[in-house]
Design a protein around this ligand. Sequence first.
Ligand SMILES: Nc1ncnc2c1ncn2[C@@H]1O[C@H](COP(=O)(O)OP(=O)(O)OP(=O)(O)O)[C@@H](O)[C@H]1O
Ligand SMILES: [Mg+2]
Length: 357
Amino acid sequence: MAPVRLSKLSTLNYRNLAPDTLEFPAGVTGVWGENGAGKTNLLEAAYLALTGRTEAGRLEELVLAGQAEAYVRADVLEGGSLSVQEVGIGRGRRQLKVDGVRTRTGDLPRGSAVLIRPEDSELVFGSPSQRRAYLDSLLGRLSARYAEQLSRYERTVSQRNAALREGQDWALDVWDAPLVTLGRDIMEFRARALVRLEELARHANAELGSRKALDIRLLESTDPASYAQTLHARRAEELARGVTLTGPHRDDLELTLGGLNAGTYASRGEGRTAALSLRYAELQLLSERFGEPPVLLIDDWTAELDPQRRQFLLDLAASVPQAIVTGTEQPPGAQLALQAAAGRFTPQPQRQEEMPA
Ligand SMILES: Nc1ncnc2c1ncn2[C@@H]1O[C@H](COP(=O)(O)OP(=O)(O)OP(=O)(O)O)[C@@H](O)[C@H]1O
Ligand SMILES: [Mg+2]
């Protein structure tokens, strides 16, 4: 398999980006400019066009204020073949097309891009649901079966919750069986995947100069083997509260640094480093699964990072077939430099590398 490469990105009405088509070479593209220029928006648009996914809270946010619809298009090269991926956003919906044919997110290439952003610190300092979303999104890309089981599980939870709210004790027996079967599968898949994920993240955290060892553990609301019994034991409480209280939709990923919970005790920089380690693990796991590294999108390469950590990001960008790196400072060593201003991106002549005296 040849690596996926973003050859062109077109946007229309996407946040503050001026309607345009930008070409990207293999290697590193550096995008730099002042705050508010549109650098993050550009990476977000590239991620959306490559993967069909977005981490924005609401789809409406992506549409230029005052407009009804936004559009992004990626011309994707894979080996010798070119395909066109289009995403239309309007009225809370997204519509995907590959080479003109309507498709679903799950049918797009699943290992084509990884986005690293300063906001990733939320993986450490934020809520359990943010860590679960990270894990589920990653595992869903590694395994189509996981994505399928998870969505069936989530549907079962909401149907069971409806039965709980209506006090239908008898209906719960109907939902408990699929809940337990699907839930156990999910817990077991997570536990298996976590072994390699932890190994990779620990490695990165040490490479990044952290003196504290990173440990990652699943905090499960039930032991998979006794899931059915736990549900039974907590039924009265669940009926009273109207929600399903045990199962993988309630589990957390516990991150510890030197034995202390990172969310509670880590410094900002330590937290950002641990989050970076999780993204590194994501990049490596997708590379291992699909045989080729994804396009790497790094937002704000200098944010909150000391020189050693910045260098790690630059080295990572240089190690993959294609990367786009943004910042308020121009990242050194880029094949193409784009200067960002007011939603426009202008190619700049390359800075001469400084010659040693
Ligand atoms: N839907 C929208 N419609 C219009 N403008 C928007 C929309 N969403 C975001 N913007 C604007 O886009 C601008 C650029 O945002 P972006 O986050 O890309 O900047 P940036 O270059 O990454 O800046 P920084 O260096 O501060 O991270 C912001 O001024 C923001 O207000
Ligand atoms: Mg930004």
